[in-house]
Write a protein that binds this ligand. Structure first.
Ligand code: FES
Ligand code: FES
Length: 189
């Protein structure tokens, strides 16, 4: 059953058992800089809430088993798998999806580098790749190839063979070191 956006002003987490069958929760969080409150069944995942309730379909629905990484978002700046994260667990947290990483007018250096390197083909893995890489660069401004590959090990790509993705992440690191801004990475640290 679809959750309901009930407000954008955050109160504390509340439990509401009034709906028959399901236990419902009211959860507030900040998504891409905007306060959001959702009323949803207790079993609703963050992936479902982002895509189906908030319309943020850049977060992809892949395996739903924690194996592909297509559903990766940032929670308080750290990569999390949306398919294995209950919406209730992000109460009071900050969530960044690929829609919050950059804009067409002001892309994140990672997005520029992915285009330059041809690191996105079908694009299904790309949002998760970008967010995982953004968290990496927030922690490690100059990652080696091995460090990039290790960070992205949980993000699968069936198209590129990974070399272009790794090159793009390292190019973005150089761009940031050279002064390129990263407008709204959401990655902390
Ligand atoms: S859809 Fe979440 S890891 Fe595959
Ligand atoms: S670009 Fe198609 S799965 Fe990665």
């Amino acid at each position: 059953m679809k959750s309901t956006i009930v407000a954008t002003v955050p109160p504390a987490l509340q439990v509401d058992d009034s709906a028959p069958g399901d236990r419902w929760l009211t959860v507030d969080m900040t998504v891409n800089g905007v306060p959001r409150m959702l009323r949803a069944p207790a079993h609703r995942t963050l992936l479902e809430a982002l895509r189906e309730d908030l319309g943020l379909t850049g977060t992809k629905h892949g395996c739903e088993l924690g194996e592909c990484g297509a559903c990766t978002v940032l929670v308080d700046g750290q990569p999390r798998l949306g398919c294995l994260t209950l919406l209730a667990s992000v109460e009071g947290r900050t969530v960044t999806t690929v829609e919050g990483l950059g804009t067409t007018a002001e892309p994140h250096p990672l997005q520029v580098a992915f285009v330059d390197r041809g690191a996105a083909q079908c694009g299904y893995c790309t949002g998760g790749m970008l967010l995982t890489a953004a968290a990496l660069l927030a922690d490690n401004a100059d990652p080696t190839e091995a460090e990039v590959r290790a960070a992205l090990a949980g993000n699968l790509c069936r198209c590129t063979g990974y070399a272009s993705i790794v090159a793009a992440v390292r190019q973005a690191a150089r761009m940031v070191a050279g002064g390129a801004s990263h407008p709204r990475s959401g990655a902390q640290g």
